[in-house]
Design a protein around this ligand. Sequence first.
Ligand code: SF4
Length: 498
Amino acid sequence: MLFPPSLSDFIPPDHPVRTISCVIDGIQIDNIIAKYSNTGAKAYHPKMMLKLLVYVYLCNLYSSRKIEQAASENVHFMWISGMQKPDHNTIARFRSSRLEGVLKEVFSQVELLLVESGHIDLQTIYVDGTKIEANANKFSFVWGKAIQKNIARMKERLNELWHYTELVAKEDMANVSKPDLTDIDPEKVEQTISTINGALKDKQIDKKKRQQLNYAKNNYPGNLRKNEEKLEKLGERNSYSKTDEDATFMRMKDDYMKNGQLKPGYNLQFSTQNQFVINYSNHHNPTDTKTFIPHLEQILEMYPDKVNNVCADSGYGSEENYDFLETKGLTPFVKYNYFHKEQKKGNEAYSEFHPNNLYYDANTDVYYCPMGQPMKLQYIRTEKSDAGYEKKVHVYQAHNCKGCPLRGSCHKAKGNRTIQVSHKLNKLRNKARELLTSEEGLKHRSQRPVDVEAAFGNLKQNKGFKRFLLRGHEKVEIETGLLALAINLKKMNAIKVA
Ligand code: SF4
């Protein structure tokens, strides 16, 4: 060797590390820089740290100690870090604190670069979700139902003690009115127990009752305070984990024990185009239907007026979601329950007694059952979703089912048959059916599994990412963002090489 080699000589021109460096050099990171203090020791440049982190997520290296080691030993890591060697604490701090709340903006800038370079146009997006295990102990659960049961038991026991006191200390309790124990709080419980204690003070009472009273006095107010805190953390969820309070217990596809055990995790939603991740979001709710609108709202905020078509599977086909798409002017290539069954069997997908197969006269708003009996509108019920969406359900009833020869096949409930119909959902489903069976719809339906599902396959199988490393929703979002950037930049590099 005539001259000492440069590190760059060891990096092939088409290596993904060069793509990462080039793309991150082209974006603004003012929001990350704003998180640094102007005083203190000189920090590593945030662009170098960001490049390093995206590259480690591309290499399936997630531990900060292993990243520190790689930055000293691996030529690609040394090149991207410019021979600087941040220690594991600096790496962990940058990942969990400096990137908190700002990585999405960085991600959207990279997306817009992908649009500029013609890799995506954001016109059509494919949405799907998967569950990823949280970094939490699977036995650290807090169940909403158990808390409610516990509160109900306290109320029951307080009522029992009150009645007992009324019997034993009749005279003392004669002028005391009973508190309303249907809704209890620590102060009310303390007050009730103090009244009972006062009345029973000089009385000879059952030893067991005295023990119950002492237990209630020493534990109920404190337990109730703890339960109130837990209920606040739960919000609309049924469960959470004590070791990652943002994680909810949900059923995972990767069930190694084959016992259907619920594990703490997040419902990760991806929208993709050409296998590039367009948006990512992690949700507490295990049901995909409820994650659709918040996920799409993020996309519409990041890329206003760009998205036209939204494609998703039947897990997302609810009235609320269809209505949202219509309001936002988005074309819904979204399946609904029974879509595939309908395609195979047509009207035979439903029995002749199913409301979909009953004759409906829109002018008179009357359904006709297979016996030709009119089913008139009885009332309209409003169902409210967790997000506040109001669904109108029309309830129709047959006049007289007594003695009908078809009754055994028609319905099993007592009395005359009732059916419940949402006309709005039917209308929105008809529109979706028309779109899904059109030429464009067929194209999107065949593209969806190889687009968004391939991104999940890449994440879980190729990258082996099945469990988050960090705890808490904000930090989990950072990890997902780094993974999504790594997936996109790797794909961009692969296209460049091809
Ligand atoms: S049971 Fe009632 S609703 Fe069903 S077919 Fe007979 S008359 Fe009609």
